[in-house]
Design a protein around this ligand. Structure first.
Ligand SMILES: Nc1nc2c(ncn2[C@@H]2O[C@H](COP(=O)(O)OP(=O)(O)OP(=O)(O)O)[C@@H](O)[C@H]2O)c(=O)[nH]1
Ligand SMILES: [Mg+2]
Ligand SMILES: [Zn+2]
Length: 334
């Protein structure tokens, strides 16, 4: 559907109206279950034109209603808090959205950001034995998470598949991130190993699971939820890659936490990030850059570059610096 162009006056009237709806949300006002009653809700899933919304009002029985949204609202995502009205017993219309605490978005090749989930506490990067993780993708996720102001958590899944052949390469990759101070949990969604510790970390939080297709995001949701609620895919035997089983981002209420399962992402472009935002996501490089002789040091051949000195002295991981420069080449803004 094409969106109408609105005049400034119309926009201001709409935003005043939305503001009143949102105040009703915060006051917990919502009422008789008749047509036109307003309800507080949270987006559970977005199917394009239609969205699943759960009722948040304590007085109402838990229920998920299929809604569409007013054309003047921005694109809504899983986790958004909204105000909606009943249209029929089974359908509704979203009339306002509350300001987001944060928004995790997936940047695509063209530089557009596809919103994935809003109002989240933790972004959990799922890695696995197969398909194997690659550092460049992990580093990109870490930059995006840093820019949201959230602490990343890495989960290494399928540890039941570790053996003498594959463990040393994977261990050395994980030890890079452990040394940098990132939290890593080692788990198996299949056997349940490490799941209880993971659950403790996620307790009472809303967590979005991200990672390549086939690493076991949906399997982790099922293991944490003690039930088969999310659909699990097969790995194609040729490539040991996932087959993009999950196609829609969805929020699940689990035993002790809320988890948002998302479709696999093996590409994650950072074109729209600034150089400063990129450096901020490479925390060991950012800390060193403060000591470079020149404020505008490019960290390549300049004299007194603290990053190059640390590289020569073996104090930083060369792969991380290499990835930083690789991503820097793709960044559009200075
Ligand atoms: N051996 C083993 N297999 C696992 C484990 N976790 C998941 N799998 C298998 O890995 C495959 C992919 O799992 P999914 O949960 O669908 O992966 P996903 O990350 O949700 O994939 P997408 O939805 O495509 O992004 C399935 O065949 C699972 O049975 C594990 O801990 N150990
Ligand atoms: Mg999945
Ligand atoms: Zn420098």
């Amino acid at each position: 559907m094409r969106k109408r162009k609105l005049s400034k006056q119309q926009i201001s009237r709409i935003s005043e109206k939305q503001q009143r709806e949102i105040e009703a949300f915060t006051d917990g006002i919502s009422s008789n279950a008749s047509i036109n009653s307003k309800y507080n809700g949270r987006i559970i899933s977005n199917f394009g034109k239609q969205l699943d919304v759960e009722i948040l009002d304590k007085k109402q029985p838990p229920q998920i209603v299929r809604c569409h949204q007013r054309a003047n609202l921005p694109d809504l995502v899983t986790g958004d808090l909204v105000v909606w009205e009943k249209e029929s017993d089974e359908t509704g219309i979203i009339v306002a959205v509350c300001e987001r605490q944060n928004l995790f978005a997936k940047p695509d090749t063209t530089g557009n950001r596809k919103p994935i989930a809003a109002n989240i506490d933790i972004v959990l990067i799922v890695l696995s034995v197969t398909p194997q993780p690659f550092m460049n993708l992990i580093d990109r996720y870490l930059v995006a998470i840093d820019n949201l102001g959230l602490e990343p958590l890495l989960v290494f899944n399928k540890i039941d598949l570790l053996n003498d052949q594959n463990s040393s390469e994977l261990d050395s990759m994980l030890s890079v991130y452990e040394t940098l101070g990132y939290a890593i949990k080692k788990v198996s969604a299949l056997t349940g190993e490490g799941i209880r510790e993971l659950e403790e970390t996620l307790l009472a939080k809303t967590t979005v699971l991200v990672g390549q297709s086939g690493v076991g995001k949906s399997s982790l949701v099922n293991r944490l939820g003690l039930a088969q609620i999310a659909e699990v895919g097969e790995l194609s035997s040729k490539k040991f890659k996932g087959t993009h089983k999950t196609t829609t981002t969805r929020l699940f209420h689990l035993r002790s936490c809320d988890v948002i399962d998302s479709p696999g992402m093996s590409e994650f472009h950072l074109r729209h990030f600034t150089k400063a935002e990129l450096l901020s996501g490479f925390k060991e490089l950012k800390a060193l850059a403060r000591n470079c002789k020149f404020r505008d040091c490019a960290h390549q051949t300049e004299p007194g570059c603290a990053i190059q000195e640390a590289l020569t002295a073996g104090k930083i991981f060369p792969q991380r610096l290499e990835n930083y420069f690789k991503i820097l080449h793709t960044v559009e803004t200075p």
